[in-house]
Design a protein around this ligand. Structure first.
Ligand SMILES: C[S@@+](CC[C@H](N)C(=O)[O-])C[C@H]1O[C@@H](n2cnc3c(N)ncnc32)[C@H](O)[C@@H]1O
Length: 217
């Protein structure tokens, strides 16, 4: 196989795998609202993976950083245990208003979602150590390396960390790109790979979904 054929086959496989997930009208409407607000949502494939992870973990307590218009939140909730609670943090009130509309349209009872408005690095230290089954990051890429330690601290043993968009539009594996965001994403990948407390895998969904399970002590 030539490099060109391999690239074409990989792109086709990516488009197929990422697109092969039916979404409800409510999710599609939330995605459209996010787009109109200039706040991109997780890809359909990444959303499906989040739903899968919360279902596999039977997650009761999940933290999301980057509420946006509520697309990833709805995917996380779809897999969570019936008595589970999603804590979702965002710095933009307008986006959280849009997410509230998404959750209301999906008839999510208000007690199942705790929305916290604020800067992630100020809110994260206030959350309980070892209190969460899954922590999902989809906010400031340049802060991803700093999110890593918070995520590990918040997870219970056996819990899972997830970071969206870790390939930075394909720039991460192009050595010529040395901008702040790309550098931070490379640093995150290294931190996670070299962290003995974690077992990770990079899923080629959307712009790359990095997931890592926290080992039992
Ligand atoms: C890509 S959007 C999230 C999309 C959302 N996860 C979804 O799939 O619908 C990124 C979000 O992170 C929020 N954000 C960016 N930097 C932040 C920070 N430092 N603290 C908290 N939220 C932040 C933005 O306001 C935006 O809503």
């Amino acid at each position: 196989m030539t490099p060109e054929t391999r690239n074409t086959a990989a792109a086709a496989a990516h488009d197929y795998t990422d697109g092969d997930h039916a979404e409800s009208e409510i999710l599609k409407a939330a995605r459209a609202r996010g787009h109109d607000l200039g706040c991109p949502s997780v890809s359909t494939g990444a959303g499906a993976a989040l739903r899968f992870l919360t279902a596999a973990l039977q997650a009761k307590a999940v933290v999301e950083i980057g509420t946006g218009a509520g697309v990833s939140g709805l995917c996380l909730l779809a897999g969570m245990a019936p008595d589970g609670v999603l804590t979702s943090i965002d710095i933009e009130p307008e986006y959280q208003r849009s997410a509230k509309r998404t959750f209301a349209e999906a008839k999510i009872p208000p007690g199942k979602v705790r929305l916290i408005m604020g800067q992630a690095l100020e809110v994260l230290p206030r959350l309980t150590d070892g209190g969460y089954d899954l922590v999902f990051f989809d906010a400031t890429r340049t802060d991803y390396p700093r999110y890593h330690e918070h995520g590990v601290r918040l997870l219970r043993p056996g819990g899972v960390l997830a970071f969206d968009n870790v390939l930075g539009l394909g720039r991460v594996n192009e050595p010529g790109h040395r901008d702040q965001e790309t550098t931070a994403l490379r640093e995150l990948a290294k931190l996670v790979r070299e962290d003995d407390r974690l077992v990770s895998v990079l899923l080629p969904l959307g712009e790359g979904l990095l997931v890592a399970a926290k080992r039992l002590p």
